[in-house]
Design a protein around this ligand. Sequence first.
Ligand SMILES: Cc1ncc(COP(=O)(O)O)c(C=O)c1O
Length: 504
Amino acid sequence: MTPSTIAPTEQLLREPLWRPDDLGTPIPDSPHAVSACLPTWADNIGYEEQDTRVISRLTTGYPRFVYNQLCRRLFAECERRIARDGEKCLVFPAESAARRCVEFVRRRSKHTAEVHEIPEFGVWAARFPVEAAGAAKAFWQHSGIGISSRQAAAILEGRRAGDAFDAQQAIRTRVANCMHVDPAHVWLFPTGMAAMFSLQRVLQRRRPEFRSVQFGFPYVDSLKILESFGAGVHFFPRGDRSDLEQLSAHVESEELCAIYTELPANPLLTSPDLTALSPLAREADCPLVVDDTVASCVNVDVLDVADVVWSSLTKFFSGVGDVTGGAVVINPDSPHAGEIARLMQDDWEDTLWPEDVAVLEQNSRDFPQRVHTINRNAEALADMLHEHPRVAAVHYPKYSTPENYAPHLRSDGGYGGLLSLELIDPERNAPRFYDALRVCKGPNLGMNYTLACPFTILAHYGELDFAERCGVSRWLIRVSVGMEPAEQLIARFADALDATPPPS
Ligand SMILES: Cc1ncc(COP(=O)(O)O)c(C=O)c1O
């Protein structure tokens, strides 16, 4: 097993991938990279429009959104074995995952779909007509339970995996120490979405008839999970005081399955008032579930108010961008803890691929130190942008509802590495600024290197009007700040702002 080295990250800190010629280059330099360079605004639109100029350059991408080429080769191998003309396959590491895909495809597309075991590969395939490929892809994206590119590579090369029990325990302990709980309360998953998908199933099993609440505009697939599986969701997109009042009234009239929220939210970096949501959840006798991915447990402690916390370990915890992971942490002091843990025990399957676990364990050894450096850099950059005459808004926990973020800040914590920008005259200036910006450009966040993307375009291209109604501009540029020297970063952003015309 060869754990990733930190070298690709250092290379990106020195020489970011930002030029038009870098289109499609994996970020970082690995066949398992979870990002690929989309250096211009037009490239991002081209990606969304499935323009072959862009798509033909992508060998990797965010693995829930772009099938890694190793996975594609494995799909083709399985198709050779089991698919008929006009049929496609996706591959899953567990039978239950393939079954869930097939159920979703049948329900969403009204086409037939079947599960097949592929014994020689030790995996399960979902087989469906090509007309249902869109539904199957939606499942792959929302659920995060598709096969990993390392597992696909091992199968294609005829390798067997070693054991990663110790590495898995080390990750659990690392997450547990960060959250100040016993490792027995931590559950690991192959992606952040797989963690939330499992949690949603578990909570829905407690209360099968009741709908959940999503409080605040969340990461795209979190809302999709609540909309697509289970009894449904009430969406309170602003997550502000007025939404809180409406939710209060709602709790009186309807029983709920769970209240989900993010602290802070991606991409608007607003924080909900958890100290008000927590008693509401108690009153409704349902768990308050918080996604702390964007702040990370190094910066915030939400376990004093949340019943369950979940997180994508793909982001700050890993920092390299060559592996995915997710965690659910059950608050041992929650009145719901025992029941949720029992149901989680029933639902959980070890589908983590040992080589992925080894890489994630290696990457996360210096997680807290990296987050502290990133905090300082992001704050320096946010302060500069906040004062800049060509910037209309900086979304960052220091400026967006700081009164709701502050109560959860750890004594040595900060505002994290994520900020979003809106420019003056954005239709003209956002593409110019983005194209001129000399930092790595592609999806993902929480990396050791700075990474920018037109987030609304990438995550909500099919629902831009909906996103704008929820207060998320289609011209928004999201920046995940890395560990480059702060002065260098500030100079690069100032130069890109100079590429936009001054306000008249
Ligand atoms: C806030 C937040 N939560 C959860 C996720 C999902 O995590 P993963 O991509 O590891 O499935 C993301 C991914 O971007 C995210 O930004």
